[in-house]
Design a protein around this ligand. Structure first.
Ligand code: T6T
Length: 323
């Protein structure tokens, strides 16, 4: 029997109103920076929030090394496959990711940068990188300054310190080094012996730290700016037999660094909140996609925690160790 257009329209409205009728789900893609415990923890936060929001989540292949040359091809293939409504990405370079991300945005994908940003991260002013909805991550410069203060206390505000870093074009590490350098400069009896860049390769971080210790026998403290640089740095100090004599402040709360803190091989560990960065990115992105009049804050900073030997076994602190 042929139904009139009027009856068909009534049937459609009734069907859409029925509980359980599913409209197409929003598609979200997560593009991490590199395979490491920080981003694995972020993925957990994203997965939990995505399940709660009922979105269709894809996670791009984890780049095996840090840098746009590894990240961009994976990103472009994943976007071509999924055509996401929302992309959550940790850009591995402040400049090199601008154009690829703009091209993705121009084809209709909203973007939130998590952990790292493009340009100077200020998406509120007119520029060629102001298209992302938000930057959700740490205040790395502030963290770098606080690491300088902690290290200064540990070394009695006197002596040479060294910084092991990763990539100069990653916004996160740029901020940490900038804050640390400015922080150390506030102590008249302290000097920065140098900053080395390991390209996020732990073995290289270990070798560079060892070379710095051999060149400057009077180094009293080291700041390791992320997982691989901090792990390489403390290993070098252990191998050189300088545990305890050279104080170490490390950024990122991996099981290995927390273990080293307990053993006295590291003196302070800063924990970022990658899980929270991820869940907030899903929550804000989905809110915006459902209602474009929602004002998404251009910067969201979940903050961080400090592990010391005094609090490392506190039950309340365990949630901040990366998974
Ligand atoms: O420190 C994190 C992250 O914040 C940074 O951008 C890159 O390195 C890590 O993933 C740790 O390895």
């Amino acid at each position: 029997m042929k139904k009139s257009p009027f009856i068909l329209a009534i049937l459609m409205i009734a069907l859409v109103a029925m509980p359980g009728f599913s409209q197409a789900k929003l598609k979200v893609l997560f593009m991490p920076g590199v395979a490491d415990p920080f981003y694995f923890t972020m993925e957990k936060g994203i997965r939990a929030a995505a399940a709660k929001a009922g979105v269709d989540l894809s996670v791009a292949e984890y780049p095996k090394a840090w840098g746009p040359e590894y990240q961009v091809p994976i990103l472009q293939a994943a976007v071509a496959r999924q055509r996401p409504d929302l992309l959550l990405i940790a850009p591995t370079s402040t400049d090199a990711l601008k154009a690829p991300l703009k091209a993705i945005y121009d084809k209709g994908t909203e973007i939130i940068t998590v952990d790292t940003f493009i340009g100077d991260g200020d998406y509120s002013k007119a520029s060629d990188y102001s298209f992302p909805l938000s930057y959700i991550g740490s205040d790395n410069e502030l963290g770098g300054r606080q690491m300088a203060e902690h290290l200064a206390k540990l070394v009695g505000e006197t002596g040479k310190v060294f910084c092991e870093a990763t990539n100069p074009d990653a916004s996160s590490v740029q901020g940490r080094v900038k804050g640390f350098t400015a922080g150390v400069a506030e102590y008249p009896n302290m000097t920065l012996a140098g900053v080395e860049w390991c390209q996020d390769v732990q073995q290289k971080a270990q070798e560079q730290t060892l070379a710095a210790l051999q060149k400057n026998k009077d180094i009293v403290g080291i700041f390791g700016t992320n997982v691989f640089s901090a792990q390489g740095a403390y290993q070098a100090v252990v191998n050189a037999g300088l545990t305890g004599a050279v104080k170490i402040c490390s950024w990122d709360a991996t099981l290995e660094l927390i273990g080293a803190l307990k053993k006295g091989q590291v003196d302070l560990v800063l924990a970022q909140k990658p899980g929270e960065m991820g869940s907030l990115a899903i929550e804000w992105g989905v809110k915006y996609l459902k209602d474009n009049s929602v004002q998404v804050p251009k910067k969201i900073i979940p903050g961080f925690e400090f592990f010391t030997r005094e609090n490392v076994n506190d039950p309340a602190m365990q949630q901040f160790i990366y998974q």
